[in-house]
Design a protein. Structure first.
Length: 559
């Protein structure tokens, strides 16, 4: 491996690595190796602090070639490579530094951060645990360990690590903010989150991220007057802060204030993870009728977002003679059938753009999530549709026949998990065991709609007599046909909820007390999907508290 080869060679330089200029020995006496190595490392540190990473690389390389303080030089060089975005070379330098000095905590810390960000979370945890063992009184190490643990889904261990970080340093604002986010987004404990965000602000009142997150915690407690007062005050001082404006926009949208919410909803493109549309070679659509040429509508965010915002596609027939809709490949058959006359192209987000050659008349582009700002600015602008997606009629008939074979007078589709770690999955999901009251309803027959079944869930479903058809729901066109054949769907807030609503099919959607903005903060109905009934857990109550009322309703239902 290159790491050990470089250690054996000592001063061997990596191909293409910048070097500091050679100093003529006739003019300047050569310093000792110790003085030379330290001097170059210090120079590299200064240059890196000034943002001159390329020049810093040269100084660290000179220190390596001087043959002294190599572990420190390789560590410095790795940081310079990170600043330059040369991550593979950063890994290389860090592994050399670690081999030269296995107990260097700074090296372990830096290598762990790279491992975590590259997806090797278990390795990052192991590195940070070594670092904590070497320096157990460092609050920042416990905080970074907590980040990695949380990334690995070990939430309880992450909470404990954050608490240790705060116990070691009660003024650790970052630990307070991160722990507050865990309480808010993963545990649904908005009051505890509020306390940590306020603790961070008490340490440093200029921490804008603490202000932005405090607004979220107040919003989740239903304290809307305080929320908007906080945002007004904060935006006077930080008028262009993206997260403050974004959070305020979502708060407005969740209360149905679309006219004021949509403008800052466009900030999603500036946030981490937002799709970058600049690689598409067309200007942004200004909303006017296109007298010539076609309009490209681009997918973004998740499957549920694509389905929900597709409710606005029909509005485009009047503004462009050609509409080309990019979407997830999983949605392409369903969209193509539903939006006749539009050109639907299913493609992965980062695919090459050569498919656009088939549409030479395109003159403008827009993101699908930007359409509601033009046509859904108040409740009167939402159509009372009976479904805008169309399932395959032959597939619907085939599923009805399969459902008839199950018997029973009521056929129910079930799903119980939704979201990801980044989209509050813990708050949006149920354990399969919590659905047990449904399976005692004599007249009901259940079909699984849940994506990504675990083996234990498969065994449990078999024991409950729930039908599991393997094409569901990885094939969304098949799922749409099955949902159209069912009497009702019972689901948490996930893609199935959007599908049922877009198909105009009856469904109960089980929501936690603080759902995403699209589901509003109260009420049983959604302006996006008139056929859905929203059942909400009360504040401070778990999502499974919604099971009882639905079981009672199903027990009284007849086909």
């Amino acid at each position: 491996m290159r790491v050990f080869e470089r250690i054996r060679r000592g001063t061997a330089a990596r191909s293409g690595t910048p070097r500091s200029p050679a100093v003529p020995q006739a003019d300047v006496a050569a310093p000792s190796s110790t003085a030379a190595g330290s001097s170059h490392c210090l120079a590299g540190d200064r240059l890196l602090a000034q943002g001159l990473a390329e020049r810093a690389c040269g100084e660290y390389q000179a220190a390596i070639e001087a043959g002294d303080d190599c572990a420190r030089a390789h560590l410095g060089q790795s940081r310079a490579y990170i600043a330059l975005g040369r991550i593979d070379e950063a890994f290389d330098s860090l592994e050399v530094a670690s081999a030269l000095n296995p107990e260097c905590v700074a090296t372990l810390q830096c290598l762990a951060a790279l491992r975590r960000d590259s997806g090797a979370v278990a390795e990052a945890i192991a590195l940070l645990e070594r670092a904590v063992a070497l320096q157990p009184m460092r609050s920042d190490l416990h905080c970074e360990l907590a980040l990695a643990l949380n990334r690995a889904g070990r939430v309880a261990a992450a909470v404990q690590a954050y608490r240790t970080a705060i116990a070691l340093n009660p003024r650790a604002a970052a630990a307070h903010i991160n722990l507050g986010l865990v309480h808010l987004q993963q545990l649904g404990e908005a009051r505890e989150a509020e306390a940590h965000f306020r603790a961070a602000l008490a340490v440093d009142a200029t921490r804008v991220e603490a202000l932005a997150n405090l607004g979220l915690a107040l919003h989740d407690q239903g304290r809307h007057v305080e929320v908007f007062e906080l945002y007004r005050h904060a935006l006077r001082q930080h008028a262009d802060h993206t997260e403050l404006r974004w959070n305020q926009a979502l708060a407005r949208l969740s209360l149905g204030d679309y006219a004021q919410g949509w403008p800052d909803y466009e900030l999603r493109f500036s946030r981490p993870g937002g799709r970058k549309l600049g690689r598409f070679p067309y200007p942004d659509w200004d909303g006017d009728t296109l007298r010539e040429g076609g309009l490209l509508v681009l997918a973004e965010q998740g499957l549920g977002d694509e389905i929900m915002f597709a409710s606005c596609l029909e509005d485009l027939r009047a503004v462009a003679h050609r509409v080309v809709v990019e979407c997830s490949p999983r949605l392409a058959p369903l969209f193509a059938r539903s939006f006749g006359g539009m050109h639907v192209h299913g493609v992965e987000r980062q695919a090459a753009l050569d498919w656009l050659d088939a549409y030479p008349d395109l003159v403008a582009k827009t993101a699908i999530g930007s359409l509601p700002a033009r046509s859904r600015n108040d409740l009167t602008s939402f159509p009372r549709h009976q479904g805008y997606l169309r399932a395959d009629p032959k597939a619907v008939a085939a599923y009805r026949a399969r459902l008839d074979a199950l018997g029973g007078s009521v056929r129910v589709g079930l799903s119980w998990r939704g979201g990801t770690d980044k989209t509050r999955s813990m708050l949006r999901s149920l354990d399969l065991a919590s659905l047990r009251p449904f399976f005692d309803i004599a007249q009901a027959r259940f079909v699984c709609l849940q994506h990504g079944l675990h083996e234990a869930e498969r065994r449990a479903l078999s024991g409950y007599g729930v039908a599991v058809w393997d094409e569901i729901p990885s094939d969304l066109d098949a799922t749409a046909a099955l949902i159209s054949a069912l009497d009702v769907v019972v689901t948490v807030a996930n893609t199935n909820a959007h599908l049922a609503g877009a198909l105009g099919r009856p469904a109960w959607v089980l929501l936690n007390a603080c759902p995403e903005w699209r589901w509003w903060q109260s009420g049983e109905r959604s302006p996006w999907y008139p056929s859905l009934t929203l059942l909400r857990a009360e504040r401070c109550h778990p999502l499974d508290a919604t099971i009882g009322p639905v079981a009672e309703w199903l027990s009284a239902l007849r086909a």
